[in-house]
Design a protein around this ligand. Sequence first.
Ligand SMILES: *Cc1c(COP(=O)(O)O)cnc(C)c1O
Length: 478
Amino acid sequence: MVQKPVAKVVKTPVAKKKKKPAIKKKKNGFKKFWKLGIEEYNTQDFDVGPDAELIVKEGNFQYNIFDIVKKYGTSTEIMFPTVIENRVRDLIETFNAYIKVLGYKGKFFYHYAMKVNQNKEFVLPAVAEGANLEVSSANELYLVKRMIEKDKFNAKIRVICNGPKTEKYISLIEELKSKGLIVIPIIEDETELERLTKFKGEVGIRVNLDIKVQSHWDKKFNRYGFTEEELLRIGKIKNLSVLHYHISKQIENVQGIIKPLKRALSLYNQLREKNPGLDTLDIGGGAGVPFEKKKHFYTGKSLIAQIVKTAKRECDKLGTKHPNLIVEWGSYVAAPAQITIYKIIAEKTVGNKGNMKWYVIDGSFMNDLIDTWAIHQKWHVIPVNHMNSRKLEKVWLAGASCDSDDKYTAGGTYIMLPRLSETDELYIAVMDTGAYQDSLASHHCLLSSPAKLIAQNGEIKIARRRELPEDVGKLFGW
Ligand SMILES: *Cc1c(COP(=O)(O)O)cnc(C)c1O
């Protein structure tokens, strides 16, 4: 029969080679299943290794995440400075490319919003790629002062100062200004307007645009800045060079950024009548990150193209000078630069939910990933090992604190993870944790914060070791 010789052929080396594509296809299948290797999802550097373990690439270096957590333990954050560098570089290059191609006359300035992540390992790579800074408090500005004192910055770096201007904050602004730094306070209310008439440099002013967009933030209660009418009534503002607004974070579609931009350009045009020195529009933060890896999400490139096109078209229509453009995108740059790894330490059945399980992690959502709880953030969660498992379980995740709110239910649905009984041990990675979670972190039930590792140039450095009981006790006066 025909079949027999074919079966024999399979044993020859040539036939073995033929089998290879099948294995490769399977592997790519798992890569696809966990939504890795996809640029729109910011997972282009993630892959499934030959042992079904999570791999993160940095150029031609690569990190086996399972090996790393076996060595350093969990809970652990792993931060990739290269991601910050690449995202800042791409962002600046893309803006400049569209400015050139479209014949836009203003300049572009990127300001890294420090409040998104103030860790040195986040800020310095951004600065190294040409980021300016945006600070939201005197304490953040104090970090800038320390960097200047160490001669870390060239004199051209620009710092935008948002947030309530206490006297301490204003005197630090004045001190840094007198040292030659370009530091631009943004006026947010009447008191600051009055106080900053004494300031000797450029100032900006913040408008609270009367506009709603799809995002995480309830705009009804926005308390920052002046209304459009108030600004037009004030008229002339001493040394005004920047008009600033910040609509929200995690804006869900491009129109949510373009609509306020149009409105602000019209205001910019009107304010220029009495303030000819006004030459810059700062559109704040808000560019989103595809946390969920589900819906189609806009890319940075398409967003930037729309911003420059809109600015040019509207200004030409109004017959006004093209403003310099500032963006203060924080999450966009920082979120994809970090992952948080936990070990699954127990499994429990979910009360009356039939086939659902709780997986308990060796860390805490309430402490380490507080947006899970605060704004119902949805995360992309993947296994770190056993990535080729076909026996999956529908699970909710529970934190190890004593609090019933310490959980992640993916918004009431579930996530899929390998069945625990099929694994010797299971680790998971929560992706895109680089924005906001660090400075909001807490110590409920006195759990230790995750260790923080930096992965760069193929090497792992410990930026913050895991807290010992005595470290945590100290925080509470023991
Ligand atoms: C928080 C904040 C940002 C950063 O916002 P993202 O949405 O993370 O980009 C930028 N500008 C201001 C004024 C902010 O308050």
